[in-house]
Write a protein that binds this ligand. Sequence first.
Ligand code: NAD
Length: 370
Amino acid sequence: MSSNKKLLILPGDGIGPEVMREVRRVVDWMDRRRHVSFNIEEGLVGGAALDAEGTPCSDETVERAKAVDAVLFGSVGGPKWDSMPFDKRPELGVLRLRKDLGLFANLRPAVVLDALVDASSLKPDLVRGLDVMIVRESTGGIYFGEPRGIHTDANGKRTGIDTEVYTEGEIARVARIAFDLARKRRNKVTSVEKANVMQSGRLWRAVVGEIGKAEFPDVELEHMYADNCAMQLCSRPKQFDVILGSNLFGDVLSDLAAALTGSLGMLPSATLGAVDASGRRHALYEPVHGSAPDIAGKGIANPCAQILSFAMLLRWSFGMEEDARLVETAVENVLAGGLRTADIMQPGMARVGTSVMGEALVRELDKLSA
Ligand code: NAD
């Protein structure tokens, strides 16, 4: 029995607390059946934190997030806070956590489960068995580079400016994560940039190449222009294993890859920081979807993305590969058995709500571990 696994759960707004309840069922199951106990704290973030604490993410929440082994995040935002000034937007909650915890590598798996192969926007043959991991640099690049802003000249004409800046250190650390991941998968990294037209792209290609050659010679490395990668993702997505890209290209390509899988309600993500001197790594796990205000409170949200984010947490923060696989297999089996939440409903399947889906997952976990 180990109980030194410290988690901070931040359910947030909208469907966040609803889907997080189903994660708690899985956590309780782990406690009961796998004899793994977690030391769990809960906190407020986003609109819920704005209402209670006057800020989307308080200093105290940041300190608590730094003190735990992993943060499990729900989603933030909603119409109630849409008219808040920019510096009080609920969405700043997650941005602050990423920044203050130094979470520079965003991992987004795009996996097409057999049961959902018809939900993809592509033909089933193109996506059956698809399993791509997008690694996106998430604290640098054009979203943060200076100078930035909208300037007005003496004639009243405006110019919008953003700056793509990458140091070789920033590129190297996220590249190492991608190579390391590839070693645990199918051993191939596709690094994307626009080295043909961007100086930061030239540096990106050079540094990724150097790291690959010096530290990961066993991993196949291919360089691809980001626009070509977008096209290839739509025409031959199964050629990819790990795709590595900057903040901007990773953002766009991971949404594209997500669309190939068909449902936002199924997609987890992890954002990782550097390993510190004590061997610990800050990490935050969250579904790709937002707070879905249109369905919040109706009990129909799909909890799978949040539960699969917890599976990523088991794998990446605690090295619990077997338990992570167990949770993922339970999700696959429940869907294969015909249960569907509204977002992934298909003809002939049984439509269920959030909590029935959570209960079915726990029953499947029982079966799998019997
Ligand atoms: P969204 O992801 O919340 O919803 C998009 C659509 O997908 C909606 O129709 C919604 O009902 C559906 N959907 C999403 N998750 C689902 C689930 N688990 N089960 C079933 N259906 C699901 O995106 P949006 O509508 O553009 O944004 C809503 C709010 O969420 C906004 O305030 C936005 O800023 C915020 N947001 C937050 C995050 C985050 O917390 N990291 C991410 C994206 C959006």
